[in-house]
Design a protein around this ligand. Structure first.
Ligand code: SF4
Ligand code: SF4
Length: 318
């Protein structure tokens, strides 16, 4: 609901306009409520009332640190409203008292709605600390864990290099095996931006055997019908491309916006190929890896072009 820039909150009027427009023109399958921290919106209750007049189900991405007033609002809408709790916050990772409060919210809502945890990894992620903070008592109440990779914003600097991709795969496997030791029947979902070359064949086999949902690289082929709407009513395809191209949903209809954003993303994808991807068996084979997150790739490309090369080489990826 919040976007980088001046408008801190989406207005109730625009929210209603958007939801009605989505209903008329969108044919959406899923609604995700994101922030910042969406429960801090001054009209959170009113917006949830509007939302569930028009949609059957939505996911709320939250840090789990909401107060009792917000808790009552959420209770009014479960099980239609599902919770995804981000445990990568300093509050959860480093503050025992706040972590206990978040764990209490997980226990509170778990009997009434689907409750999942969200974890983001990069090559430096301290998986031991993450696993240490999530206690068995909390995990007992959680159905699934979403694992994301830290995708950069296009136009900013990449924080890790292509050569470090295998470290990311290692972190993912450490988390999966660590979480499974605590609770065997957890469901894992991997977000966009993971690539096949982040994983060795052995690690890949474990992912397959664990029935983990993944799609390599950018989810481009599935992006039609997937829009992020910022608080200023500008639509983007995803956070990573949030500074690249925006379309104004107050002025344009949804199918037009989707087509324009998809086309732009398709062009980014097709016109720039990292050197390592060119002859990669995983790009052409049945695994259909689409290459790294477009934000990562385009940052690497612009870095390469600051020198003489017009190629995106492995070493230019940082
Ligand atoms: S560019 Fe693709 S991989 Fe990167 S965040 Fe967007 S959808 Fe995900
Ligand atoms: S296509 Fe590129 S990103 Fe994907 S596995 Fe091959 S080298 Fe890695």
């Amino acid at each position: 609901m919040a976007s980088k820039g001046r408008i801190k909150e989406m207005s109730v009027k625009n929210f209603l306009f958007l939801i009605k427009k989505l209903n008329r023109q969108g044919g959406f399958k899923q609604i995700k409520i994101l922030g910042g921290e969406p429960t801090l919106h001054s009209k959170f209750g009113k917006m949830m009332n509007i939302l569930f007049k028009y949609v059957p189900q939505a996911s709320l991405f939250t840090n789990g640190l909401f107060n009792d007033r917000v808790s009552l609002i959420i209770k009014k809408h479960v099980p239609k409203l599902q919770l995804i709790i981000n445990i990568m916050t300093p509050a959860y990772q480093f503050n025992t008292i706040l972590r206990q409060k978040i764990a209490a919210r997980i226990r509170e809502f778990s009997p009434f709605t689907i409750t999942a945890l969200s974890v983001i990894v990069n090559p430096e992620t301290d998986t031991k600390t993450i696993l240490k903070t999530v206690e068995a008592d909390t995990l007992k109440y959680v159905q699934s864990i979403r694992i994301g990779v830290s995708n950069p914003i296009m136009g900013e600097k990449n924080t890790y290099a292509f050569r470090n991709f295998p470290h990311i795969g290692k972190k993912v496997l450490e988390l999966i095996s660590g979480f499974k030791k605590i609770k065997q029947n957890l469901i894992f979902k991997m977000d966009c931006g993971f690539t096949r070359c982040m994983f060795t064949d052995g690690q890949y086999k474990i992912l397959q055997e664990s029935g983990i949902y993944y799609l390599w690289g950018c989810f481009q082929g599935n992006l039609i019908g997937c829009l992020d709407v910022q608080s200023d009513m500008k639509a983007i395809t995803c956070y990573s491309l949030s500074e690249a191209k925006k379309e104004d949903l107050l002025k344009e209809n949804i199918p037009t916006v989707e087509k324009r954003l998809f086309l732009q993303q398709y062009l980014y994808q097709e016109q720039h190929l990292m050197e390592s991807c060119k002859d990669c068996k995983y790009r052409k084979g049945k695994e259909k890896c689409k290459g790294p997150c477009i934000g990562f790739k385009m940052n690497a490309f612009s870095y390469a072009n600051r020198g003489r090369s017009n190629k995106i080489s492995d070493s230019s990826a940082l």
